[in-house]
Design a protein around this ligand. Structure first.
Ligand code: HEC
Ligand code: HEC
Ligand code: HEC
Length: 117
């Protein structure tokens, strides 16, 4: 428990610091091939919410994870979008369910391009 609280605090500070930037920090190239090999990961994210280890307020996300569509595990709510935008409907907390090392700024570079840390 103490460990989780510590991670939440670190995460909060780091997110606040990067949030001072005008834009969402750029992501490094991401492999769908690697991740889709894991199958539908929605239940993995749902389990983290249920256990209370999900690092962000889940809002109405939990009910939307009862899906068989593997894309919706990460691209939240894109099935209800009736337009297009550059947003890919992602939440960083999803990634941290598996990539759970929070040690800023080094750990941030696993996903974010260096210029953003
Ligand atoms: C593990 C999480 C995850 C899953 C599952 C996932 N995506 Fe993605 N998707 C991402 C990330 C991360 C990006 C990159 C966003 C960025 O670079 O800003 C992305 C980007 C995209 C893009 C933008 C174009 C591109 O290729 O860069 C499309 C289209 C896309 N995803 C479609 C899909 C489809 C279709 C599925 C299901 C077959 C899927 N995604 C499943 C995380 C995921
Ligand atoms: C269900 C668990 C899971 C989730 C959720 C997840 N990943 Fe991964 N990710 C993996 C596994 C397994 C690998 C392959 C082994 C490794 O390199 O750690 C991987 C590898 C990676 C890598 C290393 C390069 C590669 O593709 O092999 C990056 C970068 C990455 N993930 C980014 C992300 C991002 C960004 C998200 C959120 C949009 C995300 N991951 C969500 C399990 C996950
Ligand atoms: C495992 C992958 C991963 C790691 C590690 C990671 N991020 Fe992210 N981050 C993401 C993804 C995916 C997004 C969403 C990007 C989008 O919406 O296009 C994001 C978005 C953000 C945002 C924009 C606001 C938000 O929450 O969506 C900030 C700020 C941020 N990250 C800071 C950090 C910091 C600071 C660290 C290191 C403590 C970090 N990130 C580590 C994947 C990661």
């Amino acid at each position: 428990m103490a460990h989780l609280v510590q991670r939440l605090i670190l995460f909060g500070i780091a997110a606040w610091a990067l949030g001072q930037q005008a834009e969402i920090p750029k992501l490094k190239p991401f492999s769908h091939k690697t991740h889709l090999k894991l199958g539908n990961i929605a239940p993995v994210i749902a389990a983290a919410i249920d256990k209370g280890t999900y690092l962000s307020p889940p809002g109405d996300l939990r009910s939307r994870l009862n899906t068989n569509n593997p894309c919706l595990a990460c691209h939240h709510g894109i099935d209800n979008s009736d337009g297009t935008s550059k947003s890919t409907f992602l939440a960083m907390a999803d990634c941290l369910v598996c990539h759970n090392k929070v040690d800023p700024p080094i750990s941030c570079g696993f996903c974010h391009a260096r210029s953003s840390t």
